[in-house]
Design a protein around this ligand. Structure first.
Ligand SMILES: NC(=O)c1ccc[n+]([C@@H]2O[C@H](COP(=O)([O-])OP(=O)(O)OC[C@H]3O[C@@H](n4cnc5c(N)ncnc54)[C@H](OP(=O)(O)O)[C@@H]3O)[C@@H](O)[C@H]2O)c1
Length: 314
């Protein structure tokens, strides 16, 4: 089968289409013929030797990518929840060796959900790592309550566009940040208010926030502390919390933390239900063919992607 192998960490020229053996399934795994793959910032960071590169350094051949949707072609002996021919989607083995940039992927059945018939493989692939991050943040890490005031930074991006929809579904009041070009998009996702970060300082525009989901990092995290009320929460998604920030958060009576999304089939099934109900919708801004992975990485690297980028395999 064809896979995109990363020979060395580096630029997009390191993503090389290569013939490799089809994976064999372990007892608890299924083999999936991949129809769509979604791309994330962690793909490009890891390709460049950052992201989760440290965890993958010794794997050869190294095949990055985690988000897939496709059809089951083989079942491991212990798998009872799925059958051959099922269309499934999920985030495979994150944070580990996902091997998703391939025509076939072996995935633990416990990390997958059946793809609702109402969504395409492209939309399903898009609703994996990014959707799980929003889901795990708002359902497990800092459960969102109706009426809470949420500030979601980078609301137009991969995680942000799911986070806005999920927060609204949970009954929160949502303020989303993006550039002016994505204002209508953010409002169309259900946000109650929009802040254009290029012309406004959000800390001058909002206050009394219960929960900030920061998807930008750097000074944005520090500045976010200013708008959170006592007893509120700051979730930093791109980077960890420095000791200095932790001390400031404590002084402000704010709970501040970083978390890393984890593969989880139970959460994927909940996402499948939300997609099927129309409570969550993937926005796929661009699709690419498998041999155009380079272009998808270059677009993802701009930091200006609206919604998600998806690779389609025929
Ligand atoms: N910890 C974890 O488990 C985890 C999971 C998922 C993602 N992440 C990390 O979280 C970050 C976001 O991921 P993502 O997939 O959502 O990224 P993304 O899709 O690449 O985000 C792109 C969006 O960011 C917006 N943006 C850029 N600068 C901004 C700013 N200063 N203020 C507000 N919006 C801004 C852009 O909007 P405009 O074009 O309008 O500027 C664009 O729509 C990445 O660093 C990623 O690696 C971590």
């Amino acid at each position: 089968m064809k896979a995109i192998v990363l020979n060395e960490f580096g630029g997009v020229d390191q993503l090389v289409i290569t013939d490799v053996p089809k994976p064999t399934v372990k007892e608890d795994e299924v083999l999936i013929k991949v129809i769509a793959i979604s791309i994330n910032p962690v793909d490009v960071k890891t390709r460049a030797g950052k992201g989760i590169a440290g965890r993958l350094r010794d794997n050869r051949p190294l095949i990055i990518g985690w988000d897939i949707s496709g059809t089951i072609t083989e079942l491991g002996e212990q798998v009872t929840d799925f059958k051959i021919g099922d269309d499934v989607f999920g985030m495979v083995n994150f944070p580990g060796h996902g091997k998703a940039y391939a025509e076939y992927v072996a995935a633990p059945a416990s990390q997958l959900a059946v793809k609702p018939a109402t969504v395409s493989h492209q939309e399903a692939a898009a609703a994996t790592l990014a959707a799980l991050t929003a889901y795990q943040a708002f359902m497990h890490k800092a459960p969102v309550q109706p009426g809470q005031r949420l500030l979601i930074h980078a609301a137009a991006g991969g995680v942000g566009h799911f986070a806005v929809q999920l927060a609204k579904h949970l009954g929160a009041y949502v303020i989303g940040t993006s550039s002016a070009a994505n204002k209508e998009f953010v409002l169309s996702l259900g946000a109650d208010e929009h802040i254009d970060y290029t012309t406004e300082r959000f800390e001058e525009a909002v206050s009394d926030i219960d929960l900030v989901l920061d998807l930008v990092g750097g000074q944005n995290i520090v500045r976010s502390l200013e708008v959170i009320k006592s007893g509120g929460t700051l979730i930093s998604i791109p980077t960890g919390i420095s000791d200095e920030l932790a001390a400031q958060a404590k002084a402000n009576d704010v709970t501040a933390f970083f978390f890393l999304v984890q593969s989880n089939g139970v959460d994927m099934q909940q996402i499948a239900t939300l997609l099927d109900q129309g409570a969550l919708k993937s926005h796929v801004s661009q699709t690419y063919s498998f041999d155009n992975m380079e272009k998808a990485h270059l677009q993802q690297e701009t930091g200006k992607t609206k919604g998600k980028l998806v690779i389609t395999l025929d």
